[in-house]
Design a protein. Structure first.
Length: 72
């Protein structure tokens, strides 16, 4: 199956996502680390409704950690 990704403006401030809803099967939400609040995420979920599944979230602009301690 083909996959298309639409890079749309923030759903909380623009209605582009709502306008695209009939053409999409789901939403992958990008949230800003330390910027996006849980309340904002819940509001976007509410606006999407049950007809548009939230497929997942991508954490963007996250603060780094000391990865030297990380190993497989």
């Amino acid at each position: 199956p083909d996959v298309m990704l639409f890079d749309l403006p923030p759903a909380l401030y623009y209605d582009d996502v709502l306008a695209f809803r009939p053409q999409i099967d789901g939403v992958l939400m990008v949230v800003g680390g330390g910027l996006t609040t849980e309340r904002e995420i819940r509001e976007v979920e509410r606006r999407l409704g049950t007809e548009t599944p939230l497929l997942g979230m991508v954490l963007n602009k996250a603060e780094g950690t000391n990865l030297k301690k990380y190993q497989y």
